[in-house]
Design a protein around this ligand. Structure first.
Ligand code: ADP
Length: 211
């Protein structure tokens, strides 16, 4: 289990697909990397084992996957990433930026799939090895914006992206509730703003926080 205070350099990006979180995670990483040692990861992913679990989770042909299996696979991928990659990096004093973490599980499997939030919270404690992000950026976007961005991009939809708009609305509302419940950790951003505006806002928040 991580020692308390270890999370000070742990920053996460959250939001529904096409909200623009990965774009901003990369931009923050590129700017921070000029000033200090940092690491950019994606959850699920980042380790050999977690990437294999990711491909099981996102495979469109796995239509029979139960919601509980889905939950546990996300937690398994996360536990491996926390122990193998995140904790060692934080112990070395590096800044870790993660594209998604356990708030995604609360939003998608809890609010989106409708699994019991208490169970999801308990599972999140196991999967994260009780590591909590210090700061989390949430990109909030209208479903219309998501639709327009999807149509413009050539990205093939994965198993979760292929869910309908009602599912996304539940996930979005879930994220808004999570942010409200954790006001000290969350920055709620309008993901419909321009890439450059968002990049500058995030940079100002992070430099004030870290330096
Ligand atoms: P996510 O990680 O949330 O799925 P991405 O960062 O991959 O989202 O962005 C999804 C698509 O939207 C990409 O084609 C990207 O270029 C575009 N995009 C990202 N941020 C913005 C923005 N602020 N305004 C307009 N388009 C954006």
């Amino acid at each position: 289990m991580p020692e308390s205070g270890l999370n000070r350099n742990f920053i996460t990006f959250e939001g529904i697909d096409f909200s623009g979180k990965s774009t901003q995670a990369v931009r923050l990483y590129n700017r921070l990397a000029k000033k200090c040692s940092c690491l950019l990861l994606r959850d699920p992913g980042a380790t050999r084992i977690s990437e294999r679990i990711r491909s099981i989770l996102l495979d469109n042909s796995h239509t029979e996957m139960s919601y509980w299996t889905e939950l546990l696979l996300y937690e398994a991928a996360r536990a491996q990433m926390v122990e193998e990659t995140i904790v060692p990096a934080l112990e070395e004093g590096r800044i870790v930026i993660c594209d998604r973490f356990y708030d995604s599980t609360t939003a998608y499997q809890g609010y989106g799939r409708g699994l019991d939030l208490q169970f999801v919270g308990n599972a999140n404690q196991i999967g994260s090895c009780r590591l909590t992000p210090a700061k989390t950026f949430l990109f909030d976007v209208e479903p219309g914006v998501v639709r327009a961005r999807k149509e413009k991009s050539n990205r093939t939809e994965d198993r979760l992206e292929a869910e309908g708009m009602e599912f996304l609305e539940r996930v979005r509302a879930g994220y808004q509730s999570i942010a409200k419940e954790n006001p000290d950790r969350f920055y709620l951003l309008d993901g419909g703003r321009s890439v450059l505006e968002l990049e500058d806002t995030i940079w100002n928040i992070i430099t004030n926080y870290l330096f």
